[in-house]
Design a protein around this ligand. Sequence first.
Ligand code: NAD
Ligand code: TYD
Length: 353
Amino acid sequence: MTLLVTGGAGFIGSNFVLDWFETRDEPIVNLDALTYAGNLANLAPLQGDARHSFVKGDICDRALVDRLLATHRPRAIVHFAAESHVDRSIHGPGAFVRTNVEGSFTLLEAARAHWAGLQGDEKSNFRFHHVSTDEVYGSLAPDAPAFTETHPYEPNSPYSASKAASDHLVRAWHHTYGLPVVTTNCSNNYGPLHFPEKLIPLMIVNALAGKPLPVYGDGRQIRDWLYVRDHCSGIRAVLSGGRPGETYNIGGWNEKANIDIVRTVCTLLDELKPDPAGPYARLITYVADRPGHDRRYAIDARKIERELGWRPAETFESGIRKTVQWYLANADWVASVQSGAYREWVSKQYAQA
Ligand code: NAD
Ligand code: TYD
């Protein structure tokens, strides 16, 4: 028994792989192209561990994916690989269409061919688990109910449009070809190994460097935050008990405005690593809003709880404290991911901040 994981050197994928081996010995083949967001340092604890095979490669490479499926005969594909940052999708949507749409299509086609050749239990137990986002549902009005699995798709950014396209392909490969797929749509994750281009890690690393904390627009946009290891346990629950063809929303029951998140990070840093220059909140800087910025996301996670008994283990207070502590204890990791490419991105995106 083996899993094929794609994107397992990124933020959520690497947490998933590390988390998996804390309780299981089932091997993982980890296919990742190591873009700017993929980092082998995330997987350093697995060096020399025979359960983990890392393959540097592109999900758009059909011959490679075919070879991996034929060689390892995984019982499931857990598909994380994606371009994942909304701001980057605004500057360069092409990479999002390539990886998120064409890459998912390539994997689906390879999986379909492989699955067609399986028999008996191997065939009926096979799963294609597609990891997606709540952003495909679009933006919620302030008092609207949270997203259920039947909420209409209304993606607004090139990122969410490309993820929506991949969700549609996954759905169609089930309905048309019978491929046993499951899709999970998750809210914003946070936690260790989060690349510091996203809100929470960016605020932590900027605060520690005494740099401005750039808050887009009025800072009142709402996201529903989920600790990354809770996302991993949700994926495991769906992988083992989810019904083929179904979608499960995964969320943290934690709606927070961005400015409140930033203030919480500042307060925790004031406690854990006080800055002699004064409270970190002095660095908060309102900057131009993101074009097309979605106002609110919120997940109704009752289906996964009802059917599979999953609920997040962390509260926001416990998760954000662990996260800030992790960044304080892992300055070397932060330095290692702040490459030249990272610095170029930050100076382009925050030129006016
Ligand atoms: P990430 O950007 O941190 O990591 C993506 C990984 O995919 C990287 O390791 C990268 O090298 C790899 N990759 C990119 N293009 C590839 C290609 N063509 N072939 C092979 N590998 C490639 O992303 P993440 O935050 O870990 O997100 C993982 C998945 O979860 C994505 O599908 C994303 O849409 C989804 N998701 C993320 C969040 C979130 O808050 N981060 C929330 C919900 C869903
Ligand atoms: P982000 O972490 O990029 O995730 P997503 O856009 O996928 O939700 O952003 C989370 C929220 O924080 C989003 O509303 C945009 C906002 N934000 C800022 O205000 N400043 C920043 O520098 C960044 C990166 C995000």
